[in-house]
Write a protein that binds this ligand. Structure first.
Ligand SMILES: O=C(O)CCC(=O)C(=O)O
Length: 351
């Protein structure tokens, strides 16, 4: 926790943290497969306050090691094939998206891809009936020196309440040296389209980036910081929370898996994220989903192709608020979050 400072009259005042707050599962919770009431309350309080929660002890470390070995070998293969900036995330050659080995039954771990503790927290934070809608992984490449802009994973006008949560499993110790993510805790609460960058005054939707002046204002209140979390930590991130991928100055790729969930009321995407058929039983075991299960051979052919410029590549799910009006299905035109941004209020930056 940050140091306490003194208020007038000698009362201590502890500033809000800039590092994630942890909950460590107790042996009793693990044996019961169920949170204690007190830890559930703590988890929900942390998520509402910070937009980020770290859980330790929820995943078997042998599973983490096995995934790290497999995915590090895959990241090396991917690196050999990268030619264009469109193959990196956000066009910065520091970080790319990958898929976890979901078609390999030996690596399809229930505590990673359908974790009962994670799901129980999200059924309270997002509300009952959550849907698994996102399966990715992030690789912060070894020996890199560029950072991403501060952004939200929301190139759309997002609802002003918890609506999507991404859950990341750290496959190694994450430190500022190896490119641990920079998080701006608490930014999920005060954030609207007014803080996002728009490419023109008449653009229908903003892009992910947070406007630089909004970043500087937020720095005065609660600055961003690169997190330090041990291997095997699961972080739950409200998708509105500002963050950035950072350079990795070590010789080892830094990888985390990602499983994302949507609130039950979140609209059906026009195109769902694809997943291998052999993983359907596991991925639908505890929650509903917004995935399209396809034969494993078809999935394997595209699973590591994240080129934004390619039609054939695997794609993130599209979002109703991101579609051109002509493509919004009937009945969904009422997509209108509270944070309407008038054209003249938009922070505009060209490409
Ligand atoms: O890998 C990370 O640390 C985060 C990367 C990120 O935010 C992104 O690529 O959008």
């Amino acid at each position: 926790m940050p140091d306490a400072t003194m208020l007038a009259g000698g009362r201590p005042f502890t500033p809000l943290p800039t590092q994630p707050s942890f909950i460590t599962l107790s042996p009793e919770e693990k044996a019961a497969g169920k949170w204690s009431r007190a830890n559930m309350q703590r988890a929900i309080e942390i998520l509402h306050r910070d937009g980020l929660l770290a859980i330790s002890g929820a995943v078997d470390l042998e599973h983490v090691k096995a995934l790290q070995e497999s995915m590090t070998a895959t990241s090396k293969q991917i690196k050999g094939s990268l030619k264009h900036l469109s193959q990196y995330n956000h066009g910065i050659d520091t970080n790319f998206l990958m898929s976890a080995p979901l078609a390999d039954p030996a690596l399809r771990f229930e505590d990673v891809f359908s974790n009962e503790f994670v799901i129980a927290v999200l059924e309270n934070y997002l509300g009952p009936g959550i849907k698994l809608n996102l399966l990715t992984a992030n690789c912060a490449l070894a020996n890199t020196n560029k950072r991403q802009n501060v952004h939200k994973d929301a190139p759309w006008l997002h609802p002003n309440c918890p609506y999507l949560v991404n859950t990341n499993l750290a496959l190694s110790d994450f430190t500022p040296e190896n490119g641990s993510t920079e998080f701006w805790l608490g930014s999920h609460v005060c954030s609207t389209g007014h803080e996002q960058v728009w490419l023109s005054h008449n653009a229908e939707t903003p892009i992910c980036d947070v406007a630089p002046d909004a970043v500087e204002e937020r720095r005065k209140v609660r600055p961003g910081a690169q997190i330090t979390v041990p291997m095997g930590t699961i972080t739950l991130r409200d998708m509105r929370t500002w963050h950035a991928g950072m350079p990795n100055s070590t010789n080892e790729d830094r990888i985390m898996t990602a499983v994302g969930y949507a609130a039950s009321w979140y609209p059906e995407p026009e195109s769902r994220m694809k997943a291998p058929l052999s993983a359907e039983e596991l991925l639908t075991k505890r929650t509903d989903h917004q995935l399209e299960f396809i034969p494993d051979e078809e999935w394997l052919a595209i699973a590591q192709d994240w080129d934004l410029a390619s039609e054939a590549s695997i794609k993130l799910p599209d979002v109703v608020g991101h579609r051109k009006s002509s493509k919004v299905p009937a009945g969904e035109r009422e997509w209108a979050p509270l944070n309407h941004v008038a054209d003249e209020e938009k922070f505009v930056r060209g490409k």
